[in-house]
Design a protein around this ligand. Structure first.
Ligand SMILES: [Cu+2]
Length: 372
């Protein structure tokens, strides 16, 4: 009873906390593709029809309850079922309802077909979307650009956007069809951006496709929609739709940055301890800390501590090896394909010297290369 009574306060509480529900309006987020807009329209049509029916039915019911009440001397009709309407209404009314249902289903079917059948078209942009525990990876197949996208930690996320904002957005052009190729590197995930009109599972070992042609520039938010483990909630998706010109510039910049990073890693340079530690700290905090924690203490029993662990203060080679190849059958992924030699050298150096590990080892990119 007490709980029920305090429920009265709920609407007022919600109204008083605008920051907490800043993103939620009364309806679905505005759609950003023609198909998503049609889905939205079917939804509105359905809502309209059901609202009218609801008002009609309730109107008749309330009117009848009031008008024909017992206190005015009315008696229940004992013979209604014997009238023509009493006999046939059981068929006519459901048939009308079915008619409305089929009308809605018919238009929904047409829209879904266009949504799920990827058109064969020249000039499509192919983006491979891979779900990872717990971040998204976007690969622009033609440009050869790879982007990792992670939720911003609570202290870096803008107000009201914790678990809704990421470090690197999925940048897409408007007025150009994009084909998404969905897959996963570990467990099932699902890509869901409501404004694009679809939700699609990411299944390890399979590649499935969807598509979208965004016609409105803007930022569209979504999230992983398949329970995928401890930090399922930390997999937001942020799509930034920009003009074709802006997209071309973005592609050029991303390619240049990627080439510069590769060249830096390939250069046969001896890196100083300070440089390795600085690079390693940034990389560790974004890529490893979700499991092993910022303080290196892990999260027992799932994720081992790296502070003072046998591998991080023991010989260097097995340490590099587990980072390169992961540990099959555990949540520790292989980083071989995701990090270059310099990045792995920096992370391993950081792990061997942070949190009081103090081994004094400065691991060089060539040490990693030798074990690849
Ligand atoms: Cu997920």
């Amino acid at each position: 009873m007490k709980t029920l009574r305090s429920l009265w306060a709920l609407p007022f509480l919600l109204a008083a906390a605008p920051a907490a529900h800043a993103e939620y309006g009364l309806n679905f987020p505005p759609p950003a593709t023609p198909i998503a807009r049609e889905i939205y329209d079917v939804h509105m049509l359905t809502m309209g029809i059901s609202t009218l029916l609801l008002m009609g039915v309730f109107g008749v019911v309330f009117f009848a309850i009031w008008k024909f009440r017992k206190s005015r001397g009315y008696q229940p009709d004992q013979n209604f079922h014997k009238t023509w309407f009493g006999t046939w209404s059981w068929i006519i009314v459901p048939a009308m309802v079915l008619g409305v249902d089929l009308t809605i289903a018919g238009s929904a079917q047409q829209i879904l077909e266009r949504l799920w059948v990827v058109p064969e078209q020249e000039g499509m942009l192919d983006v491979k979307v891979t779900g990872h525990q717990w971040y998204w990876e976007y690969e622009y197949m033609d440009a050869g650009i790879r982007v990792e996208s992670r939720a911003l930690p609570e202290d870096q996320a803008p107000d009201g956007l914790y678990l809704r904002d990421v470090d690197n957005r999925l940048v897409l052009p408007t007025h150009r069809p994009v084909r998404f190729l969905h897959t996963s590197a570990d467990v099932n995930h699902a890509m869901w951006v409501p404004a694009l009109g679809f939700k699609k599972d990411a299944i390890p070992g399979y590649i499935t496709e969807t598509w979208a042609e965004i016609d409105t520039e803007g930022v569209y938010r979504g999230q992983c929609a398949e329970l995928c483990g401890t930090w399922h909630a930390k997999m937001p998706i942020v799509v930034e739709a920009v003009s074709e010109e802006k997209f071309t510039t973005w592609v050029a910049d991303a390619k240049a940055a990627q080439a510069a990073a590769a060249a830096e890693a390939a250069a046969d340079k001896e890196w100083s301890m300070a440089d390795l530690m600085e690079k390693g700290k940034g990389l560790y905090n974004t890529k490893c800390a979700s499991c092993h924690q910022i303080n290196g203490e892990g999260l027992a029993p799932a994720f081992p501590a790296l502070k003072g662990s046998a591998l991080t203060v023991g010989p260097i080679e097995p340490h590099i090896d587990i980072v390169l190849n992961g540990k099959p059958g555990s949540a520790m992924p292989p980083w071989k394909g995701l990090l270059n030699d310099l990045e792995i050298a920096a992370i391993v150096t950081y792990e061997r010297n942070a949190w009081g590990n103090d081994t004094g080892d400065a691991v060089q990119p060539r040490d990693v290369k030798a074990l690849r």
